[in-house]
Design a binder for this molecule. Structure first.
Ligand code: GLN
Length: 467
């Protein structure tokens, strides 16, 4: 059977007589055929086919849910009951989750099939997938480049056409940047809109789960199923989820950040592409104004102070006692902690734990952590003020297209990958990367749209009709 990419193609295949079990076999086969990408850390053939058989039964009875026929991969930091989950880290190697994330439960209840867990940067820390303990991932759009990160395996699994959708997590850009690099749609919801229960925490005040898909309709469909309050995550909002109708949003006021067009290091072809969109949007009757990003040069440092602080606290639980790897050579409790963590964590995770512990230490807390919290507040207040004047913000997802593995070795240069994505995480705003660009180097790139908190309905509508 030929592969289907979108949910509607999957539904057409079902209408033409394919079964969900056929679609599942196709996805599992495609994953095997694309092993060279290293996108999956593990496939779940048994549970996938068992779920497919149940969904086929419900299709016969006319009781199937909205995601019948949809094949989904999940990032290896999202828990699925009785399945392994490792956050691409040696410290969790061999660990099996005793429960499912709320998003997994909601997808299964809607009759999706979960085909496997995808490779990523260890504990979601990175922008290239090179920090995985289980090897890098190849970008299907150009296999000589990285797929971005940290959700690189999820992006690659969708870009290669293995699955219809994949879940990632976005703490500073880890869905939108790999979406840009692989030519897929990547969406990060408003903070608190989708439950984080069952997501292995990196930086809890930033982390959100979101989808990679082949089009905006499918991202919106998954959003509608996953969004909403959850008693297991007290940071989810009780605000009712607005229906996503995908109706044309009418004439909009759009703010474009000047730095996305003028900043040093911007690829000229990315800039020309953005300018083309701006002219077209104006010609279509939208109001487009160029504005300054609030404190752009402070955004990445603020993010890295706060995210590492939160990570150092969140990762304290991996102590060799409760989960995963325990050092064989350790004697006594202290040495068990020390050696298990020394052996289990990779270099980038250690760097972040050290940084985070430093900025929280009593002598430096006020100078770094407390100050970064204040800067975060100012960035948020200014971005919210911009969003009083504009319905949406528009700009690049990343300054450049995908790069070759090993080509960025300086951690700070790698952190600057996040220059245009961290604002949405610092402020909690929803944002989406759309694959509208194709560079003369043959690699795709995305543009980013950002909306007011909880204004996903407008974000998706604009993404569908304006781009
Ligand atoms: N690249 C960023 C980091 O390394 C973002 C990671 C993420 O969003 N999970 O922290």
């Amino acid at each position: 059977m030929s592969t289907t990419k979108t949910f509607s193609e999957a539904r057409t295949a079902l209408a033409q007589g394919a079964t969900v079990q056929d679609l599942t076999a196709t996805a599992l086969g495609a994953a095997e055929a694309n092993r060279n990408l290293n996108a999956f850390l593990e496939l779940f053939p048994e549970s996938a086919q068992a779920q497919a058989a149940r969904v086929d039964e419900r299709l016969k009875n006319g009781t199937a849910g909205p995601l019948a026929g949809v094949m989904i991969a999940i990032k290896d930091n999202i828990c699925y009951q009785d399945h392994k989950v490792s956050a691409a880290s040696r410290i969790l190697e061999g660990y099996t989750s005793p429960y499912s994330a709320t998003v997994v439960e909601r997808l299964l209840a809607a009759d999706a099939v979960i085909v496997g867990r995808t490779n990523c940067d260890e504990f979601a820390m990175g922008s290239s997938n090179e920090n995985s303990a289980f090897g890098g991932v190849k970008n299907p759009a150009d296999t000589s480049t990285v797929p971005g990160g940290s959700s690189g395996g999820s992006a690659a699994a969708v870009a290669a056409g293995i699955v219809h959708a994949a879940l990632g997590s976005d703490t500073g850009g880890s869905i939108r940047q790999p979406a840009s690099f692989t030519g897929t749609v990547g969406f990060k919801p408003t903070y608190g809109r989708i439950s984080r229960y069952g997501l292995i925490a990196f930086a809890s005040s930033f982390d959100q789960i979101g989808p990679f898909t082949h089009n905006v309709d499918d991202a919106a469909a998954l959003f509608a199923i996953m969004a909403g309050p959850d008693a297991h995550d007290s940071t989810t909002s009780r605000k009712p989820v607005e229906p996503v109708t995908l109706q044309h949003p009418g004439k909009l006021r759009i703010g474009v950040y000047r730095e996305g067009l003028e900043r040093e290091g911007m690829d000229p072809e990315v800039v020309a592409h953005l300018q083309g969109h701006i002219e077209r949007l104006r010609a279509d009757g939208h109001t487009v104004e160029i504005i300054d990003v609030p404190l752009l040069d402070h955004q990445v440092p603020t993010y890295y102070i706060l995210a590492t602080a939160e990570a150092s606290s969140n990762l304290a639980r991996f102590d060799g006692i409760r989960y995963g790897h325990r050092s064989k050579s350790a004697q006594g409790v202290d040495e068990t902690y020390r050696l298990s963590r020394t052996e289990g964590f990779g270099p980038e995770v250690k760097r972040r734990i050290l940084l985070g512990t430093f900025v929280l230490s009593s002598g430096y807390y006020d100078a770094y952590y407390a100050r970064a919290q204040k800067v975060r507040r100012i960035i948020r207040d200014r971005a919210m003020a911009d969003l009083e004047r504009f319905d949406l913000l528009f700009g690049p997802t990343c300054p450049t297209t995908a790069f070759a593995p090993g080509s960025i070795t300086d951690p700070v240069a790698m952190y600057l990958q996040d220059i245009f994505t961290v604002q949405a995480n610092l402020t909690g705003m929803p944002a989406i990367s759309l694959p509208t660009g194709m560079h003369s180097n043959g690699r795709p790139f995305g543009v980013q749209l950002t909306a007011r908190p909880f204004d996903e309905a407008r974000l998706f509508a604009a993404a569908k009709h304006l781009f």
